[in-house]
Design a protein around this ligand. Structure first.
Ligand code: BV8
Ligand code: ZN
Length: 241
């Protein structure tokens, strides 16, 4: 299985990954819907919304501040690092639903953050936007203009950043191979990206310990974790360099 995928990677002109919370699970960042999932402890469907934020910005900020602390202390895992290593040999584009910035920290340079970034903070009113790697003393933090700040993430009911979304569709529609890693494909419109790739005749590969709604249409499914499967795949790939 790994050899077959490694051969396809060698033949590919463009490799596109679609990643979700599962690829960061082995960095100690909880997924949403898994047993360790964020959604067990909190109702993320409620908290990750613009209404919750305006109703009770302090509660939403406490949730994000807790996640920011964990993410800023976390490190890219061998799964992230294998993807960064692959980019040294082939054109690799990473379309990620994750807001943890791990792909860039691992070294991938063509990363499309479909749902924004928890490390970037923006003002709810003026155009202030900045990367903030420290924790805030008071919540919700206030902008110089006097309005409250928010994490620069896409909440449910908010549209994705259009430039990023259109660029992601472009990549998904023009790749030879798409590797879908660590996502339940439960959230739209990100879950459409594998459909674009499939329509374009790309080879479809999935890395996930569990089935997903698109497992049936995958050419190859690796039922394993990202931190195990991706370094192994890279070994087979480098074997034929
Ligand atoms: C939009 C940022 C329209 C915030 C996130 C009904 C009511 C209301 C809304 C909707 C509805 N039906 C559909 C919608 C649309 C909604 C949606 O899809 N809802 C779903 C839940 C039904 N989508 C939206 O609202 C989107 N916007 O549609 O806008 C619009 C258009 C024009 C104008 C205005 C509006 C916005 C969606 C973005 C929401 N923000 N995150 C934050 O993080 O706090 S989504 C959130 O879910 C994360 O980004 C996460 O990445 C994403 C998807 O989850 P996954 O990454 O897949 O994670 P999950 O836990 O689900 O799965 C983990 C997987 O990993 C599992 O398969 C597991 O087996 C696997 N795994 C576990 N361990 C490992 C592993 N794999 C490998 N290795 C391991 N070790
Ligand atoms: Zn402001």
């Amino acid at each position: 299985m790994f050899r077959r995928i490694a051969d396809k990677l060698h033949q590919a002109e463009k490799i596109v990954f679609v990643t979700g919370a599962g690829i960061s699970q082995e960095s100690g960042i909880p997924t949403f819907r898994g047993k360790d999932g964020l959604w067990r402890k909190y109702d993320a469907m409620k908290l990750a919304t613009i209404d919750a934020f305006y109703e009770n910005p302090k509660i939403v900020w406490e949730w994000y501040e807790e996640r920011r602390k964990n993410i800023l202390a976390a490190k890219p895992n061998p799964g992230h690092l294998a993807m960064a290593e692959l980019e040294k040999h082939k054109p690799v584009h990473v379309l990620t639903q994750n807001i943890d910035g791990m792909h860039k920290r691992a070294g991938n340079t063509k990363v499309y953050e479909l749902h924004g970034s928890i490390i970037t903070i923006k003002c709810t009113v003026c155009d202030f936007k900045d990367t903030v790697m420290t924790s805030f003393s008071e919540l919700p933090p206030v902008c110089k203009c006097g309005n409250i700040l928010r994490p620069d993430v896409v909440w449910f009911g908010e549209s994705l950043p259009q430039n990023v979304w259109h660029a992601a569709i472009q990549q998904a529609s023009s790749c030879d191979i798409m590797i879908v890693v660590g996502t339940s494909l439960a959230v739209s419109p990100a879950n459409l990206l594998p459909v674009y790739a499939q329509q374009n005749g790309a080879i479809m590969v999935e890395v996930n310990p569990e089935e997903t709604p698109m497992s049936v249409s995958m050419d190859l499914s690796i039922r394993s974790s990202a931190a195990k499967a991706l370094p192994e795949l890279l070994l087979y790939f480098k074997d034929k360099l």
